[in-house]
Structures are given as C-alpha cells and as structure tokens.
Design a binder for this molecule. Sequence first.
Ligand SMILES: O=C(CO)COP(=O)(O)O
Length: 351
Amino acid sequence: MWAPSSLASSQLSRLGARDLRGAAAVAPAAPAPQQLRLGCSRRRAQRVVAMAGSGKFFVGGNWKCVSARSASSALHAWGISLLDDSFVLKNHCSFVYPASSLWELALLFLNGTKDFVSKLVSELNAATLEPDVDVVVAPPFIYIDQVKNSLTDRIEVSAQNVWVGKGGAYTGEISAEQLVDIGCKWVILGHSERRNIIGETDEFIAKKAAYALSQNVKVIACIGELLEEREAGKTFEVCFKQMKAYADSITNWADVVIAYEPVWAIGTGKVASPEQAQEVHAAVRDWLKTNVSPEVASSVRIIYGGSVNAGNCADLAKKEDIDGFLVGGASLKGPDFTTIINSVTSKKVAA
Ligand SMILES: O=C(CO)COP(=O)(O)O
C-alpha cells in the first residue's frame, strides 16, 4: 500500500522553498486510503499560488479514438440496460451507474463523427477562455484537418501519436513531417493506452519524443503508474523510470509538457485527490532538478490527467505543482472543457 514513508526525507529535503509552499497550503484532507500527506505544518494561504513554467496554465483535450457506431447499438452490444436515471452493465449488476456516466459513455461512442466534431468545435469557438492558459485539443488523425480548418487560432491542435522517426514506407503511420505539414503543433506521447495496450516501451516513446521535437512538434509527454504499482508503493519508481527514458533522449525541454496520468484514474471516474497529484508532481519536479537541471525543473509544466471534470478541476488546480490538465471524457463537452480551462482562476486564493 501507499505509505507515508514512500516519500523519502531526502527527497523532501531537496524540495526548495517554492516547492514546499504548495505542499504547506494543503489542508489536512479527510483520510484517503492511498493518500500521502506531506508532513508540513499548515501555513497562511498565499495571495496567488505560484505556478511553474511560463506562468501559463496548460489544458489539453484528448479526444481519443472511438468508433462512429450509434450510441444505442453500442450500448446494446455492451449489455447495458437503461433504467430511469441510471444504468447497469450486464454481469455487473451490483453497480448502478448514474445517468451522467451514461451520457459520458454515449459521448464517447458518438465522438468519431464529423457532426460531433463540428458541434464541439462550435462550442469551443464560442467559449470565453481565460487569457493565461495554453489550450490544445487532440482529435483523432482523420479529423485534424477538419478541426484545423474550423477551430479558432486561440486553440492549438495536437496529434495523439506520431511515427518514431523520419517518414518513409511505414504503412498506417503518420510522420512528424506530416504533422508539421497540416499545421499540427503538438503530439501526445507515452499515453498509458499506448504503453499498456499497444505495448510501446519507455525507450520507444522517448525516441518518438526526441524525433518529434527535432521537427519542431511539441510534446505532451505522459507518465503514470498502474493501480498495482501504486498499491505496491512503486509510484515514484515507475514515474522516475519513465522520466529517465525521456531525459535520456530529450535535449530541448522548452517544448515539452509532462502529463502525470495515473492509469487507475483514467476513464474510471476515480480522480487522484489534489494531494495525491501534487505529491507526484512535486516529486517529478524534484527528480528533474536532480537529474536534468534546476532550470528545467522550475520551468517545465507538469499537468494532471485522469477523470478531471468540471466539478473537480478547481481543487486540483489550486495545487502549486499542478500546471494544468490533460482531459479525456470531459473534453468532449465544450462547456465542461471550458470550465476546466478557466479553472486557472482558482490558482488565485484569498490572502
Ligand atoms: O487519458 C486521459 C487524457 O489523456 C484522461 O482521460 P479521462 O479524463 O477520460 O479520465
């Protein structure tokens, strides 16, 4: 199990004053089984909680890859029974899911149609976004052109994957050169779905990152532990190993955003608590300080992903080392994604 001793005192002592300020502002939360509370006394809240990096929050919407089957046929195929305000999954009768989860599920199935993308883009174009936030959306490859041609320039476009090196005869792959050609400025790499379903290794992902950066494609570099790794107290070990692979390949960190996405929180509705996320973000920043440079540690943005939604983003955003979010399901709803983007305002706290 996750235990307080998992954050070594040597790691804590390496954290600078700026690092500790966010931790100290953490109110002692209700005990959570896998939560580690940093052993600092509570201090007076800062007027504005400082943020790492360029000072700009970063929010990405990962629209993932889904089929265009109709929601109803998909639900039927999945053995989902509808109730009045909830639904049950076949073979999971002990769980009754709220209707809002059904809506999220339906959205996932409907995403993947041009009409859906068009509606989402319209919502984002109409939204009022806080100025000090970098916003990126990552549609499936086949919709990138549609999105590029219809989305406001205020929001940049990312791919969800890229080929590992220079383009060539690699059937089914998309090269960094092609991303540049269609005006796609970012790519998400190291996502847990690519690590754990497709089987991409740390080294392969890091090589992709280095090549993308060499072609001026910016990288959202994902890391994160499985549930069993967290429960075995290996969260830092896993994240640091993934970080090391990136660090061995990346020389230019200015165009990198790190996304901490605990696998157990992705698409599960089990969001990491603000304290759990802050703890890992601070540790990753400390790792960067020791293993890359203090400059990179203090400038790189570390964003959180895993069941972020309009309701939980404000509390997460308050944490000093949470510099933004990578959002899956909730990024498919324009108003919710807008709320998440604008949660940067919650970094400002009462004195
Ligand atoms: O994987 C994610 C973003 O890359 C997170 O997905 P959810 O927000 O749906 O949990």
